[in-house]
Design a protein around this ligand. Structure first.
Ligand code: NAP
Length: 258
């Protein structure tokens, strides 16, 4: 009698939630399932994830569909960042082509509370256009690939935070670079913003706990925030927590899991 192959769970990662899910799967049954986390390879020294990992693009949706078949993937959990829209779109196409069930793990969004002064912006370019009306010393935490639209803000000084030191100079006339990786704490964020006399915070509505401290610091300092709205995530099954993703996986791979 042939022994059934262990189900193979592919997590599209690059987020704290993806790493937490990989950890939860390994803790539940590393002897009964195989879990692989896929990383884009954007950060120089990504934090280690439990289970196996692979690094680099798949080569578009066709390449991802090929990988799903060749690696014998049973289910895909798309736990990429809410602003990583291309890979999420590719996952929809690839999973449908390969006949592999897909789940979107969308971390909970942030919501403003008393004392927050958030101004929602539909896109990065809208935020860049509006910025000079809101402040002159901006804390910019939008990621290294999204800086270009802010180059036009010639009268704004920027404190730019990134995970890795960029290989090319920032496209901003007046800026200082801060290298840092979350999680951040409120006291340190408050100190950083005070030291640089920040009068406006510009960030993406990423959600989650890793980077929310800057918002608590902004509230304490009565600093306004230009909050770039989340893009729409693909239709289909969706959960907002690692526990929800574990339940969905359990329902898909059944007896081998419990
Ligand atoms: P993106 O624009 O949606 O994707 C661009 C391309 O990068 C994709 O077409 C794919 O290449 C490759 N890719 C992205 N995520 C991948 C993954 N997990 N595994 C394998 N290939 C992946 O993505 P992005 O906004 O550049 O984000 C890249 C990574 O950084 C993601 O893993 C995301 O979770 C993480 N991240 C993004 C942000 C953000 O603000 N965008 C913030 C924090 C972390 P192919 O077409 O060749 O397959």
């Amino acid at each position: 009698m042939s022994v059934p192959e262990a189900p193979h769970i592919l997590i599209l990662g690059g987020t704290g939630e993806a790493a937490a899910l990989a950890g939860a799967v390994v803790a539940r049954g590393s002897d009964r399932v195989k879990v692989t986390t896929s990383l884009a390879g954007r950060t120089a020294a990504p934090a280690a994830v439990p289970g196996e990992s692979r690094v680099g693009g798949f080569g578009g949706p066709d390449g991802m569909a090929r990988y799903l078949k060749e690696a014998g993937v049973s289910v895909v959990v798309d736990a990429t960042h809410p602003f990583a829209t291309q890979v999420s779109r590719h996952a929809v196409t690839a999973c449908s082509a390969a006949g592999v069930p897909r789940l979107r793990l969308d971390r909970p969004a942030w919501t403003p509370g008393d004392g927050d002064r958030w101004h929602m912006m539909p896109s990065i370019s809208d935020a860049a256009q509006a910025l000079p009306d809101y402040g002159r010393r901006a804390f910019l935490t939008v990621g290294r690939t999204e800086l270009a639209p802010f180059a036009a803000c010639r009268d704004v000084w920027f404190l730019v935070r990134m995970v890795d030191r960029p290989e090319t100079p920032l496209p901003l006339a007046n800026s200082v670079l801060e290298i840092g990786r979350g999680p951040f704490d409120v006291a340190a964020e408050r100190d950083l913003m005070s030291r640089h006399e920040i009068d406006i915070l510009v960030c993406k509505a990423s959600g989650g706990d890793m980077t929310r401290a800057k918002l608590d610091a902004a509230r304490a300092l009565q600093c306004p925030v230009l909050m770039i709205a989340r893009p729409r995530s693909p239709d289909g099954p969706r959960v907002h927590s690692v526990a929800g993703a574990m339940d969905w996986i359990g329902n898909r791979i059944g007896a081998l899991w419990t």
